[in-house]
Design a protein around this ligand. Structure first.
Ligand code: FAD
Ligand code: NAP
Ligand code: SF4
Length: 704
């Protein structure tokens, strides 16, 4: 008996039988608009079909040029565009998979001069103001959807997914906030729904009864002045009647200021919305967002929240997600940790999508781990992300690998990262590598600091000894109130008032760790209405009181957290804002003593006027109106020519001042055999796990 009887049960949808309940959701890879990219795209999908993916949804393709996300964005409107699509569909079908094309008109999110929308209203996340579509143009756009769906059918796709959520064109028609029209496509709830419903009807008419027509329905807009749930249900019923085979749940517009897929979202955190749809509609409903293990998928379907689960990023992290579940090997799944660092952050910065935990994603042809010609004895020192990833990849290739790790557990800095609220999933990466190294016969010696003698017999040595926290050299840093971030994350007692030295990724994480109440309710904190009564599902956020008062200090003058991820930085900043964390930037450290941290700041007037109260250029106060005296915020205690001295009162000072490489063994190793230094041991500056893992797999792939 399977551990996942609901998840792995086949499902008949019209004339198609899906092999199980997991849809591989749409991901725009960047290859859709790359000339010749279809071959690599086909390879990417084929690897996933071989790994058990059933129905795959492609990245978003516009039904016409003005709906493309960028000027050169992919669209499907002519017969002569079909051959590359056929390459993809043929490859997927040859492996027994099913594939649907996502039809996505970007509307006012399009980043080009010809952007169009129901009304000429600029989106807060776009610089372009769209042009209003005339009534005839709206009708023509409906026909463009139908035409594109017919073309998709001719290209061999098994279906289409009509993107009606996330704030794109169809969604913009549905909401009074973005639809000020007075023609037949605006003015009343029914009129605002007309565009969506006509598209579904015309797509069904154009493609016949056997084609899969999925509709991504915005069930929770999470923007002001948006749809009430009754309106959502009314749309669901009309879409169902117009011929949709499956309704996929859409949660939140891109401009919504509520996290919907990042690590901080609770697992399966929005399937209660799918449940509400399913209870009120007859059509099949798929749930989405923050589902990354077969256990979670099974539970969602078993409790009746949805008929299907739609997972996207988990298929980047592990192409064989479904097959491993089917073979009852869930511990072997390389789990998506919802970091967004190599997938969405890449997409939004114009880089090719990949995956932090699986750098082979989208580089399947390039980063090949084929069998080695000469099996070697390889010693790996350090079992952080770099060491673990190298050991796995080298063992896959047939090398005999021994790993030395001085801690009692493998994982390196991921052992600390997983303690940050919302980052518990980072522990999955450690579990994955632990399982894989055991399975591949890698010898792992934990609790042992490797010496040159340990490495004497190896044909090749890989130093993945990582990083050590930087000791910044501030007078008084060896005092009794000063702790390193490692001490703090490992449970050292911390006082009520805390100064954090360093506002990088770790400074932010530590500030969150010290202020976040583990009993806080995600929905209440961010203002999500679980009763589905408030329009758009939005309520006033009610942050939980922070556990401590924290001030983060940094020497540079720029915006705190400026280097955090493109798609997640705003969440980290918002979390600290909710926790009343203060930032003082542009500081020069003077000394640390039992009263706190003494710093110089460049603008005396600024300090005298504000003394840690509001949010001027250099003192980024968290929220207006807080009680600074009680919180112990910075106060000016002295002035010097051109500068002011500030005391940031603190019971505890935490050093988060970056890292330095730890590679002392490199100099001690002599002889002819190759020695490689990777990850943080190689370069500590701007190190992250994405680079550490990528370097490791690239090295393993490059060995003879
Ligand atoms: P490390 O993780 O430092 O691993 C090195 C290992 O080598 C250690 O286990 C050490 O014990 C071992 N070692 C050293 N010398 C020896 C020896 N002589 N013998 C035996 N063993 C030895 N990165 C991200 O990309 N995204 C994040 O969200 C993120 N969050 C983070 C949150 C926190 C709180 C922290 C601390 C880090 C975070 N990072 C994050 C950074 C990321 O964890 C590091 O970039 C990554 O761990 C570096 O990998 P590494 O293998 O090079 O080094
Ligand atoms: P970091 O991001 O480089 O930040 C280091 C901080 O220390 C900076 O604020 C720096 O700013 C300060 N600093 C550097 N030298 C100093 C000195 N001598 N004295 C005082 N302050 C000093 O590094 P990190 O915070 O240690 O993070 C390590 C890596 O992990 C980062 O590359 C990051 O990408 C990754 N990470 C990512 C996340 C994430 O959510 N994506 C979370 C955690 C960690 P000033 O010089 O301005 O003071
Ligand atoms: Fe998941 Fe991070 Fe990989 Fe994206 S980069 S698929 S979020 S693990």
């Amino acid at each position: 008996m399977s551990s996942y009887p609901h998840l792995l049960a086949p499902l008949r949808v019209g004339s198609v039988t899906l092999p199980h309940r997991v849809i591989m959701g749409s991901m725009h890879t960047g290859l859709e608009e790359t000339p010749g990219g279809e071959h690599e795209l086909a390879r990417f999908y084929v690897e996933r079909v071989r790994g058990g993916a059933g129905l795959i949804v492609t990245g978003g393709i516009s039904p016409n040029p003005e709906g493309a996300a960028r000027e050169d964005g992919a669209h499907l409107s002519q017969e002569d565009q079909l051959p590359p699509h056929r390459t993809v569909t043929d490859a997927v079908h040859a492996e027994g998979g099913l594939i649907a094309l996502q039809l996505m008109h970007s509307g006012r999110y399009a980043m080009h001069a010809d952007a169009v929308a129901p009304s000429p209203l600029r989106a807060p996340i776009n610089r372009v103001t769209p042009r209003e579509l005339g009534t005839e143009e709206v009708e023509r756009t409906v026909e463009d959807f139908a035409h594109a769906a017919a073309l998709a059918q001719r290209a061999g796709y098994d279906g289409v997914e009509i993107m009606g959520s996330e704030g794109y064109l169809i969604n913009e028609f549905l909401v009074a906030h973005t639809n000020h029209r007075t023609d037949r496509y605006g003015g009343s709830d029914a009129a605002r729904r007309r565009f969506a419903v006509e598209i579904v009807r015309r797509v069904r008419e154009a493609t016949g009864p056997d084609f899969l027509v999925m509709y991504r329905l915005s069930a929770l807009d999470l923007v002001p002045d948006a749809q009430e749930f009754e309106q959502v249900l009314a749309l669901g019923r009309e879409v169902e009647q117009a011929g949709a085979s499956i309704i996929n749940t859409g949660i939140g517009w891109h401009e919504a200021r509520i996290p919907t897929i990042a690590t901080s979202v609770p697992p399966a955190g929005f399937t209660w919305v799918s449940r509400a749809l399913r209870e009120n509609l007859s059509v099949l409903v798929a749930a989405v967002n923050r589902m990354n293990t077969p256990e979670i998928g099974e539970a969602v379907i078993a409790r009746g929240d949805a008929d299907l689960v739609c997972m996207a990023r988990p298929f980047l992290a592990d192409p064989a997600f479904v097959e491993k579940a089917r073979r009852e090997r869930p511990a072997e799944i390389n789990t998506c940790i919802a970091c967004n660092q190599a997938c969405l952050d890449h997409t939004f910065s114009g880089q090719r999508m990949s995956c932090l935990v699986n750098p082979r994603a989208m580089r399947e042809d390039e980063l090949v781990l084929g069998p080695t010609r000469t099996a070697e004895r390889i010693a790996v020192v350090g079992a952080g992300p770099a060491g673990m990833a190298f050991a796995e990849a080298a063992a896959v290739r047939g090398h005999r690998v021994t790993v030395f790790e001085e801690q009692d557990e493998i994982g390196g800095q991921f052992q600390l990262a997983r303690r940050i609220p919302g980052k518990a999933d980072y522990g999955h990466t450690i579990r994955y590598f632990r399982t894989r190294l055991a399975e591949l016969g890698v010898t792992v010696r934990t609790g042992h600091t490797a010496t040159t003698e340990d490495l004497a017999d190896a044909d090749r040595v890989v130093l993945a000894t990582g990083v050590t926290p930087r000791i910044p050299g501030i007078a008084g840093e060896d005092g009794p109130t000063v702790l390193g971030y490692k001490d703090v994350l490992e449970g050292a007692p911390v006082g009520r008032r805390v100064a954090v030295i360093g506002g990088g990724g770790i400074g932010f994480d530590v500030a969150h760790f010290l202020t976040h109440d583990p009993n806080a309710d995600f929905y209440r904190e961010w203002g999500v209405d679980r009763t589905l009564e408030a329009p758009g599902g939005l309520l006033r956020p009610e942050p939980t009181a922070p556990l401590r008062s924290v001030t983060v200090l940094q020497r540079s003058a720029g915006k705190p957290g400026a280097r955090l991820g493109t798609t997640t930085g705003w969440i980290h900043r918002a979390e600290l804002r909710m926790a009343d964390v203060d930032f003082v930037t542009g500081v020069e450290y003077l000394r640390i003593d039992e009263r706190g941290v003494h710093v110089l700041v460049p603008d005396p007037g600024l300090v005298e006027e504000n003394a840690g109260v509001s949010a001027p250029a250099q003192h980024h106060g968290a929220r207006a109106g807080h009680d600074d005296a009680a919180r112990g915020a910075a106060t000016a205690v002295d002035t010097a020519p051109g500068k002011a001295e500030l005391l940031v009162p603190a019971d505890t000072v935490v050093l988060c001042a970056g890292q330095e490489s730890r590679a002392e063994l490199a100099e001690q190793l002599t002889g002819e055999r190759p020695v490689h230094v990777i990850g943080g041991a190689h370069v500590a500056s701007e190190l992250d796990a994405k680079r550490a893992i990528r370097e490791a797999v690239e090295l393993a792939a490059s060995l003879p």
